[in-house]
Design a protein around this ligand. Structure first.
Ligand code: CP
Length: 313
């Protein structure tokens, strides 16, 4: 693995290695850092972000990297510089890797094929969001251990959701049962997973993952009537009461309170929404360490060789 752009082709062993590394970083371990050697990384965010951008910055700093500040609106992107030329520029200046979010599906994959430094997808259009998926899966792993047979219900604006796509692929690789639920016009036929009625599935799922309505990706954005959407397609207090005793609520955030989920449930006992954000730092450290540190790479490769045939997944 030289880049981290998609969860579609990643193996169960690679995911398991990254989960175990995430755990190590969550417990406060840090990889060895070479004294007096400055290493640089940059985060190219062509779309807004709070969680992903800030948690990458914290992860990078914890691993000892200097973060090259880049803000699209104050860069030569505004003079028409391409993504490729921008990336080549920051690499020439000293960046060892590119973390990038872009509004076009596949823009990140294309860039990864053109560059010879690691490229990490921080979200590409309605394509994929693999580090969000890794932190989501880590949240489930912490809660339930083995993900095999876990029933995960992903609810909301499926067709525009890169989070749904990355999670569906990775969860299937790990043996979880993935169910999708959405308004008919937001179903995505390219995703080969069963669609279910929220009210029928709510009682049998271990994880209910709500998705943000991605209005910015809608061709003709409509005003969403909060009560109407919540009552038909969102997590109401009545539905939460019917969830399994140990089932958890997740949402990648930002959350539209009282639209995708009742405001009172965002921080309820079952909710792991803010835990997900906390875990995002450690999951991103695991990815950066694997791609950029010799020891991380060697450990990952050894782990995969050792466990390729015996892993329970
Ligand atoms: N979940 C997520 O990607 O949030 P941000 O857009 O704030 O990074």
């Amino acid at each position: 693995m030289n880049n981290f752009v998609s969860m579609k082709a990643i193996t169960a062993d690679e995911i398991m290695y990254l989960l175990k590394q995430t755990d190590r970083f969550a417990e406060g371990e840090l990889p060895k850092q070479e004294k007096d050697k400055k290493r640089f990384i940059t985060n190219l965010f062509y779309e807004p972000s709070t969680r992903t951008k800030l948690s990458f910055e914290v992860a990078e700093r914890k691993l000892g990297f200097e973060v090259i500040d880049f803000q699209v609106d104050y860069s030569s992107v505004r003079k028409g510089e391409s993504v490729y030329d921008t990336a080549k520029t920051v690499i020439s200046i000293g960046a060892e890797a590119i973390v990038i979010r872009h509004s076009l599906d596949n823009a990140v994959q294309k860039l990864a094929e053109q560059l010879d430094v690691p490229v990490i997808n921080a979200g590409d259009g309605a394509g994929e969001h693999p580090t969000q998926s890794l932190l989501d899966i880590y949240t489930m792993y912490k809660e339930f251990g083995d993900l095999k047979g876990l029933n995960v219900l992903i609810v909301g604006d499926i067709i525009h959701s890169r989070v749904a796509r990355s999670n569906a692929y990775a969860l299937r690789t790990l043996g979880a049962n993935v169910y999708l639920s959405s308004k008919p016009e937001w179903q995505d036929d390219r995703l080969d997973f069963p669609y279910v009625e929220l009210d029928e599935a709510i009682e049998m799922c271990d994880v209910v993952m709500l998705l943000r309505i991605q209005s910015e990706r809608h061709d003709q954005p409509k005003v969403v009537e909060a009560n109407e959407y919540l009552n038909k397609y969102g997590l109401t207090i009545e539905r939460e009461k019917r969830m399994k005793q140990n089932a958890i609520i997740m949402h990648p955030a930002p959350v539209n309170r009282d639209i995708e989920i009742d405001d009172q449930l965002v921080e309820c006992k079952r909710s792991r929404i803010f835990k997900q954000m906390e875990y995002g730092v450690y999951a991103r450290m695991a990815v950066l360490d694997y791609l950029l540190n010799k020891e991380g790479q060697e450990n990952g490769d050894n782990y995969q060789t050792m466990y390729a045939h015996v892993n329970s997944y």
